[in-house]
Design a protein around this ligand. Structure first.
Ligand code: PLP
Length: 357
């Protein structure tokens, strides 16, 4: 079976097998990771190793803190203004689709949001060039969504925003290729795509930005508190953290993010080429702004959608239905989705097109 789900998404089989082997008896200790104190020597080593492996993979500079938090990426939409936007403050947001819109809507509950650029003018099919951005001097930070999981729009470049901290929702692109963390004030990512199980969110934040949360910020949402307590102000999501650690090890074994970049580049090229060379399938996104991880496509006649999906399922090609808000199809091809899976999909697409004459 090949799973093209957008999230919770496919995880590497080798990792799931290891987790299964260790489920009842972690490393001969006679108990599951789920049953250990988060303050035990055993779990401390799980937690520290996971952080170090992530640091190695992304080359995270030492002046950044890595936090393993709860509440998914969506909780960050509120947590970010609570920590970085003063009571009467403002922030710049870039609108490139459904996920950036959610971040904007939530931030607007806490202060003034200046939408400095929007892809709306291009029907969300292209990213507005930086020359057209209206950044404001008063902004506490600039927020953007490097990869729009639903629309399939991805930045192939990092915005230049001067001294204003740049904050990025990397939920569906993190670990797909190397990244220069030093360009960012903060990066966050819900785990359920390239990191592990849902509920966990990984935050990478520059140390000097901590400690400025509003007085009204709940303790649990203050990054400085989380950082001071090693992400253990309360009981952390231990099993998710452990599984993320297994994924980071697996990524290192694959050759790190340079290797993932090579693999992911070919995967997305294979799929976009198949779409572009067909009469039946289409993807509307500006080629330079196409997502590597989430590939939406439409059939020329949407009355064929059901038939296409049924045939795909028969062949073990699962979860290709597009997001309910946009329809059509979407193939999410995260790190755990192999070239073999993409080849099987492309072969089925060609077969289906031929059948339709
Ligand atoms: N941001 C992006 C880009 C996403 O793709 C998602 C979920 O798919 C979220 C935020 C929300 O994540 P969560 O469900 O963990 O809150």
């Amino acid at each position: 079976l090949f799973n093209f789900c957008a999230g919770p998404a496919a995880l590497p089989e080798a990792v799931l097998q290891q987790a299964q082997t260790e489920l009842l008896d972690w490393q001969g200790k006679g108990l599951s990771v789920m049953e250990m104190s988060h303050r035990s020597e055993e779990f401390t080593s799980v937690a520290e190793t996971a952080e170090q492996d992530l640091r190695d993979l992304l080359n995270i500079p030492s002046n950044y803190r890595v936090l393993f938090l709860q509440g998914g990426a969506s909780q960050q939409f509120a947590q970010i203004p609570l920590n970085f936007m003063p009571e009467d403050g403002s922030a710049d947001y870039i609108d490139t689709g459904i996920w950036s819109a959610k971040a904007i809507e939530e931030a607007a509950r806490f202060g003034h949001v200046n939408v400095a650029a929007s892809a709306k003018a291009h029907d969300y099919f292209a990213i507005p060039g930086q020359n057209d951005w209206q950044l404001s001097d008063a902004a506490s930070y600039v927020h953007y969504t490097p990869n729009e999981t639903i629309g399939g729009l991805e930045f192939g470049w990092i915005p230049e925003v001067g001294d204003t901290p740049l904050i990025a929702d990397m939920s569906s692109t993190i670990l797909s290729r190397p990244l220069d963390v030093s360009k960012f004030g903060m990066i966050y990512a819900g785990a359920q795509k390239n990191i592990g199980p849902s509920g966990l969110v990984v935050v990478i934040v520059r140390e000097d930005l901590l400690g400025a949360a509003r007085a009204s910020c709940p303790t649990m949402l203050d990054y400085a508190v989380a950082a001071k307590n090693g992400s253990m102000y309360n009981t952390p999501p231990t099993f998710g953290w452990y599984l993320a650690g297994l994924i980071f090890k697996w990524l290192k074994e694959q050759g790190g993010l340079e290797a993932m970049e090579r693999i992911n580049k070919v995967k997305q090229q294979t799929l976009y080429r198949a779409i572009d060379n067909s009469e039946l399938y289409s993807n509307p996104i500006n080629p330079a702004d196409r997502s590597w991880m989430n590939v939406p496509f439409r059939l020329a006649d949407d009355r064929l959608d059901k038939l296409f999906l049924a045939g795909a399922e028969e062949r073990g090609l699962l979860n290709l239905k597009g997001h309910r808000s946009v329809g059509g199809m979407r193939a999410s091809i995260y790190n755990a989705v192999t070239q073999q899976a993409v080849d099987a999909l492309v072969a089925y697409m060609a077969e289906f097109e031929k059948q339709q004459g």
